[in-house]
Design a protein around this ligand. Structure first.
Ligand SMILES: Cc1ncc(COP(=O)(O)O)c(C=O)c1O
Length: 408
């Protein structure tokens, strides 16, 4: 970061004047907490007691043999409470909310993992909670909506625009602007106006710290390559932060959806379709048309179809420190299938993007190499999409039967 909240040319805080005092107070609370060693201690103690941290590195012996190449390790963020890395960020923000003396949180969610994590945090800390979710995502992630509501959150389906994540973000900002006194906006990824990218990356850096330590213990050396999927960029920044100063090839994997050439994708950094712009309060690469209107994005993974991307990642792309690639929906489903069958691991569709790119490259690496894949979340939430993709007749019978029981 150079100028306040800028990473190279990217970042900043393009916010209405009415929000300035709230953002200043948040930045102040965050910087004070970051400067206080006991805060990180409190945070990591809470994460170990509540979310099973440190999460392990699992050696994927069967995949290693299958590809006859590098030793493959998987960082198990799926083992977190609520099933994904999203909890790392929200619990950290929960501690900040308590420090700031606020009593209510709002959040946006795409895949629903961040919404469930936020609702969980709110239940644990005793905060009121409202979650904004695009109507399309409400439909495709119904199990997560169910859990958010059970946890006591109000889930509001957003009917504006393309009815996905970016529209939910706009609504969450509107709510926050109207209730700044008692409400904090728990942004779910390393995007948005400063200090959100910095703050989210800080809480997610627990992934990289643990991964680096464990890698040294297990192998006594650094991996050659680290792979992570990129939605907004929080799990990628989390794991990459442990290896930024090492000679390690860091690979961020975006959604190529139905193929980069079809235009139905969400590759802001790995394709030539992204361009620099300012929207939703910050400057980064967006998928937008010549007039700056946001384009429709597509991915089989609800958590990867955001039109923008972390300004921190955009700046790492500019300097060449992080390489960006994109894999298609069908490559992702194949990689997920292989991982399930060979290792008994069930990665989320989002995480399966990282596996798919690693599998493309593994055959070209040697047995002396080590690769590390961040399994950002578990795949249970994706059962509907996956069952559709694999046309599972047993599952379809079950759904029909359930539908009949509900009288539809
Ligand atoms: C399991 C999982 N992985 C990855 C992502 C993408 O987000 P990010 O790029 O911020 O890690 C999501 C978003 O919902 C997710 O649920």
């Amino acid at each position: 970061m150079n100028r306040r909240g800028y990473y190279g040319e990217f970042g900043g805080a393009f916010i209405p004047e009415i929000l300035t005092a709230t953002f200043d107070a948040l930045e102040d609370a965050f910087e004070k907490a970051r400067g206080d060693a006991s805060f990180w201690e409190e945070y990591s103690d809470m994460m170990s007691a509540y979310s099973c941290r440190p999460t392990p590195l699992t050696f994927a012996g069967n995949l290693t043999r299958h590809f006859k190449g590098p030793r493959i390790y998987v960082k198990r963020e799926d083992l977190n409470h609520t099933g994904a890395h999203k909890i790392n960020n929200v619990m950290g923000q929960g501690l900040l909310v308590r420090r700031m003396g606020k009593s209510r949180v709002v959040a946006e969610t795409g895949a629903g993992q961040h919404g469930v994590a936020t609702a969980t945090m709110a239940a644990r800390f005793g905060f009121g909670c409202t979650i904004y979710m695009g109507e399309v995502d409400v439909e495709r992630q119904r199990p997560n909506v169910f859990w958010m509501e059970r946890l006591g959150a109000e889930v509001i389906p957003v009917k504006d625009g393309t009815r996905i994540l970016k529209d939910a973000i706009n609504q969450a900002f509107r709510d926050w602007a109207a209730h700044m006194e008692d409400t904090h906006y728990v942004l779910g990824t390393a995007c948005g106006p400063h200090p959100f990218p910095e703050m989210v990356a800080y809480f997610q850096s627990i992934i990289g710290k643990e991964a680096r330590d464990r890698m040294l213990t297990l192998e006594g050396k650094m991996p050659s390559r680290v792979y992570a999927c990129v939605g907004g960029g929080s799990n990628a920044l989390g794991i990459f932060s442990g290896f930024l100063d090492d000679p390690v090839d860091l690979v961020g994997v975006e959604a190529a959806g139905e193929g980069l050439e079809t235009g139905r994708h969400a590759a802001r950094l790995a394709s030539n379709d992204g361009s620099m712009g300012v929207a939703q309060g910050y400057k980064t690469y967006f998928l937008q048309d010549r007039e700056g209107q946001m384009k429709e994005t597509h991915s089989v993974a609800a958590g990867l179809d955001y039109v923008g991307v972390s300004p921190i990642l955009a700046s790492h792309r500019e300097t060449g420190r992080i390489r960006f690639e994109a894999v298609t929906d069908s490559e992702v489903l194949d990689a997920m299938s292989l991982t399930i069958k060979k290792e008994g691991l069930i990665p989320a569709l989002e995480s399966s993007h990282a596996f798919a790119q690693a599998f493309k490259e593994a055959p070209y690496l040697s047995r002396d190499d080590i690769i590390l894949i961040n399994q950002s979340g578990r795949g249970d939430k994706d059962i509907f999409t996956i069952a559709d993709a694999f046309v599972d007749p047993g599952w379809q019978r079950f759904i029909r039967k359930k539908g009949c029981e509900y009288g539809t």
